[in-house]
Design a protein around this ligand. Structure first.
Ligand code: HEM
Length: 416
């Protein structure tokens, strides 16, 4: 884009959300930006970065002006070979519910919400407890262990894949496909990597289409079968292909988001042992600690939109087609909404205002399941390991993508 086009808009030439410094500590980068610039253009990604709570909330609440089409758009421009593989594999540029605008969005959201009932979520609770206990049962109390590979990564995968109705023998494959999906849409891949990711996504789509066809003939008590029942009522209202697309949404959205949320919560609690001790003595504080982490260090720190017409946002004139980088993590540090935003306070009642699950028509469908899993994981961890401590001197690493953030390993010691 030319500098003329951004004459009205401040530009931060050095802002790069995939730089090592940003990945290591995005809040340090946020702190170094001028406070009176709520919207700026970042040439490194060709996006307008929006930092203020009120502006991000306004964008979420106005789908007429702000399209969700960029929600899963590959961050790096795709090479033609990768685009062709994706299209031939049935993967459209707006690949699933979270990228669709009305009325197409409702065709997928309504049946999903119908099948994703509070009863079905509540029924997951015993399985979540059983799974957490099983996973933590393997811990050797005399040695440090990585909480991510032990608990935070396998737990949400087990829960969402069994909820959806994926056979256990395929879980490892779906997790691998999820990695390709995150890297393609939210990372910066080379042309060769793009082609590899695209092949994997085409295989992922094809697997889900086959799964729907198989389930149609052999139903179970799972979410995919519940969608098939909705299809039976009106086959034109929800096609098999659309069911495959919904499964594509859930198998990904229900995994990394929650893996990273649990990791972020435990990290923030253990980083000050007094916080952990408080949780141990009063587990009633856990739901507040989860909400506070969603405000303070969310597992989905960025979400995207694109303008459908010229509009003024945060005092900046944006053209039609302006791609927006909604910095949800920055909105949680907005002092006009959250007093003393740099302070982690698990009794902060305003934390519930967090935009970490989005807002409006795309508000996260799995918010209650994700919170339930996280609360139970922390509760059982605190019961079993009341003296849990972080291993000092560890350098946390984060997957190089813009939208999913949590430690890739978190080394702890149970201490008897
Ligand atoms: C626990 C951590 C989670 C976080 C932080 C999170 C965050 C988000 C965000 C930011 C959005 C986009 C909202 C928007 O565009 O306004 C979203 C949408 C969505 N999430 Fe989550 N999510 C989480 C867990 C889950 C889980 C466990 C599931 C599934 C079981 C799930 C399923 C979905 C779906 C289907 C959508 C798309 C909704 C739509 O487009 O109408 N999420 N989530």
């Amino acid at each position: 884009m030319t500098s003329e086009k951004h004459a009205e808009c401040p530009v931060q030439a050095g802002f790069d959300p995939l730089s090592p410094a940003f990945l290591a500590d995005p809040f340090a980068v946020l702190g170094s930006l001028p406070r009176d610039v709520p919207v700026f253009y970042a040439p490194s990604i060709d996006y307008y970065v929006v930092t203020r709570y009120a502006d991000i909330e306004a964008v979420f609440l106005d789908p007429e002006t702000y399209s969700a089409a960029t929600a899963q758009l590959p961050l790096a421009r795709l090479v033609p070979e990768a685009s062709q593989i994706l299209l031939a594999g049935g993967h459209k540029p707006q690949p699933s519910m979270v990228s669709l605008d009305p009325p197409a969005h409702a065709r997928l959201r309504s049946p999903t919400a119908r099948a994703f009932t509070p009863r079905r979520v509540a029924e997951m609770e015993p399985q979540v407890r059983r799974t957490v206990n099983q996973l933590l049962g393997t811990v050797d109390l005399d040695a440090p262990f990585d909480l991510v590979s032990t608990l935070t990564f396998p737990l949400p995968a087990t829960i969402i894949f069994s909820f959806v109705g994926i056979p256990e023998s395929d879980w490892a494959q779906i997790k691998q496909w999820g990695g390709h999906r995150a890297a393609l849409a939210w990372g910066r891949s080379t042309p060769e990597e793009q082609v590899d990711h695209a092949r994997n996504l085409a295989a992922y789509r094809s697997y889900l289409r086959d799964l729907v066809a198989k389930k149609a003939g052999a139903r179970g008590d799972d979410f995919a079968s519940a969608l098939l029942e909705i299809h039976d009522e009106n086959p034109e209202g929800l096609t098999h292909d659309e069911i495959g697309s919904i499964l594509y949404s859930l198998t990904f959205a229900g995994h990394e988001t929650t893996n990273y949320l649990i990791g972020n919560v435990v990290r923030r609690l253990l980083e000050d042992p007094a916080r952990w001790d408080l949780i141990v003595s009063d587990p009633g504080l856990i739901p507040g600690a989860v909400l506070e982490t969603l405000r303070y260090d969310p597992s989905v720190p960025v979400w995207r939109r694109v303008t459908k017409r010229a509009v003024t946002l945060g005092g900046v004139d944006l053209p039609e087609g302006a791609k927006l980088f909604l910095w949800l993590a920055a909105s949680g540090r907005d002092a006009s909404v959250f007093a003393e935003p740099e302070k982690f306070d698990m009794q902060r009642t305003s934390a519930a205002k967090t935009l970490a699950f989005g807002k409006g028509i795309h508000y996260c469908l799995g918010a209650s399941l994700g919170k339930l899993e996280t609360q139970i994981a922390v509760e059982i961890l605190a019961q079993r390991f009341p003296r849990l401590r972080l291993i000092g001197e560890q350098r946390l690493s984060f997957h190089p993508n813009i939208s999913f953030r949590g430690p890739q390993a978190l080394w702890v010691r149970a201490e008897r």
